[in-house]
Design a protein around this ligand. Sequence first.
Ligand code: 5GP
Ligand code: MG
Length: 191
Amino acid sequence: MTAPTGRVRPLFGETEIAARVDRIARDVAGRGGDDLFMVAILKGSFVFTADLMRALHRAGARPRVDFMQISSYGAGMESSGRVGVIRDLADPVEGRDVLLVDDILDSGRTLSFARDRLLQAGARRVRLCVLLSKRVRRARRIEADFFGFRCSDEFLVGYGLDHANLYRELPFIGVLDGPPPEGGGSASAPR
Ligand code: 5GP
Ligand code: MG
């Protein structure tokens, strides 16, 4: 398999991200919740979640964590609106104070689907925490309680964010410029 040809233009650097993650953790810890239960949406949020969890420790919290994998089926870099669960939570959320963590809030479909599901499963409260919030395209009335950066409607990769499951390892977040990779952007790739 050949590597993608697109170039990544850096947008948010490592130091900047680390500072924002610490800030979010202090806000979350400062706004209560002694039995914080983080629910991270895979795969895109796993790097953010790992850093946020350790920042929460520094901020004095003792969070638990579980994971949910959700697909938003779309061709290439667009999401089409159909959302489904690929991997469900392992632990019960009933009565829990949930911090729902995702990488990007875009149309809002993923997070509103996940939030409804958690509330239906009996979560006491669900607060939303995203690293990036796109300014446009909300199809659902939903906003994050905590977010790292606002960004414009460009396709971002790095720090857990992928294109065709590549670029997640980049320590920074950047804009993917140039042509999409050959054979990449499969129509049903979980984002
Ligand atoms: P929404 O359901 O809010 O439209 O989309 C959210 C999901 O789409 C995010 O969890 C993320 O995985 C994916 N997504 C949205 N924008 C981008 C982007 O610029 N880059 C990447 N890699 N994924 C994105
Ligand atoms: Mg995602």
